[in-house]
Write a protein that binds this ligand. Structure first.
Ligand code: CP
Ligand code: NVA
Length: 305
C-alpha cells in the first residue's frame, strides 16, 4: 500500500491490486476470527467511530473488528462534536489525530469527510456518506466471490435508487472487471460526477429504467431501501415512484438460475424486497452482513499503523 494512501474514502481511490490484497486478507482472516484465533496485530490502538446517522452493522462490525485486532474503539456522535459548528473540521481532524490511531466516520456531506481526511494525520475510513458506502461494497464483493467464485465477468444488477450504494458500485466497476446495471426510476439516477468518472474510466455499466429487462441473466441482484437515511420525509413519494422496482420472486424469474440476492440492510421487508426473496434460497444477505466485519477488519489492518 502506498504511504500516501492512508484513507479509505472511495473504492476507486485504490488500485485493483490493493483492493484484491485487502480481500485476500479478509478471506485469510475470516476463519481465524471465527475460531477466535486471530493474532492481535494492532494492540493498544484506538479507532474513533464518529456517527451522524444511525447504524447497526457499521458500528458493531468496526467495534468487533478493532477488538479482534487487539485494539479498542470509542463511539462518539456529532451531538458531542458539532463538527463544522462547535468546532471546525480542521480542528476536529487535528485533535482526533493526537488522541486516536484511526477515525471511522458515518456522515451526511461527503466533502466534509474528504476535508477531515485531508487534515487528519491518522487514517480516515468512510462508514457511509450521502455520496458513497465503500466498506459495504467491499463486503459485497467478498460475499459474491464466496458464492460465485469471482466477480470477474459477472453481471451485478441493482434494482432501486441511484444512491450512495449505486455510486460505490459504479466506483467498483472502475476497478473490477464486472458488468454493473442499475435499474432505477427516472429522476433517481446516480451522482452525475460518479457516472462521468465511470464512463471516462471505461467501466462496464448501464443505467436503465426497466427492471424486468435489467435482471435478465443477472448473476447478482442487489437491493437497498427506497429512501436513505436523511430522506425519511420523501418516503411516501418514493414508495409510489419505486413501486415497479420491488424485488419479488416474479421479477427474479428472468435472472440466471444460480443468481444470488444481496441487500446491504437494513431492509424494509415487504417494501423494496419481499420476505420470500429475503428468506429464499438465493438470498445471501446475512453472509453479506457478516462480511462487513471481515472486509472492514482487513481495511483497518491494511491502513492503520
Ligand atoms: N449496511 C449498513 O451500513 O448497515 P448499518 O446502517 O446498520 O450500519
Ligand atoms: N442507502 C442507505 C444505505 C444504508 C446502509 C442509506 O444511506 O441510508
Amino acid at each position: 500500500m502506498t504511504a500516501q494512501r492512508k484513507d479509505f474514502l472511495a473504492i476507486d481511490d485504490f488500485s485493483l491490486d490493493e483492493l484484491r490484497a485487502m480481500l485476500t486478507l479478509a478471506n485469510k482472516q475470516k476463519p481465524l476470527a471465527r475460531a477466535h484465533e486471530l493474532p492481535h496485530s494492532h494492540p493498544n490502538r484506538t479507532l474513533a467511530c464518529v456517527f451522524a446517522k444511525p447504524s447497526l452493522r457499521t458500528r458493531v462490525s468496526f467495534e468487533v473488528a478493532m477488538g479482534q485486532l487487539g485494539g479498542k474503539t470509542l463511539f462518539v456522535t456529532d451531538k458531542e462534536i458539532g463538527m463544522g459548528k462547535r468546532e471546525s473540521v480542521h480542528d476536529v481532524a487535528k485533535v482526533l489525530s493526537r488522541l486516536v490511531d484511526g477515525i471511522m466516520i458515518r456522515w451526511f456531506d461527503h466533502q466534509e469527510v474528504v476535508d477531515l481526511a485531508r487534515h487528519a494525520t491518522v487514517p480516515v475510513v468512510n462508514g457511509l456518506t450521502d455520496l458513497n458506502h465503500p466498506c459495504q461494497v467491499m463486503a459485497d464483493i467478498m460475499t459474491i466471490e464466496e458464492h460465485l467464485g469471482t466477480i470477474d465477468g459477472k453481471t451485478v444488477v441493482m434494482v432501486g435508487d441511484g444512491n450512495n450504494l449505486a455510486n460505490s458500485w459504479l466506483n467498483a466497476a472502475i476497478r473490477f472487471p464486472f458488468n454493473f446495471i442499475l435499474a432505477c426510476p427516472e429522476g433517481y439516477t446516480p451522482d452525475e460526477g460518479v457516472v462521468r468518472k465511470a464512463e471516462a474510466a471505461g467501466a462496464s455499466f448501464m443505467i436503465t429504467h426497466d427492471p424486468v429487462e435489467a435482471v435478465q441473466g443477472a448473476h447478482v441482484i442487489y437491493s437497498d431501501a427506497f429512501y436513505s437515511m436523511g430522506q425519511e420525509a420523501e418516503a411516501e413519494k418514493r414508495r409510489r415512484d419505486f413501486a415497479p422496482f420491488r424485488i419479488t420472486s416474479e421479477l427474479l424469474a428472468g435472472a440466471d438460475a444460480g443468481h444470488i440476492v444481496l441487500h446491504c440492510l437494513p431492509a424494509h421487508r415487504g417494501e423494496e424486497i419481499t420476505d420470500e426473496v429475503m428468506d429464499g434460497p438465493h438470498s445471501v444477505v446475512f453472509d453479506e452482513a457478516e462480511n462487513r466485519l471481515h472486509a472492514q477488519r482487513a481495511i483497518l489492518a491494511t491502513l492503520m499503523p
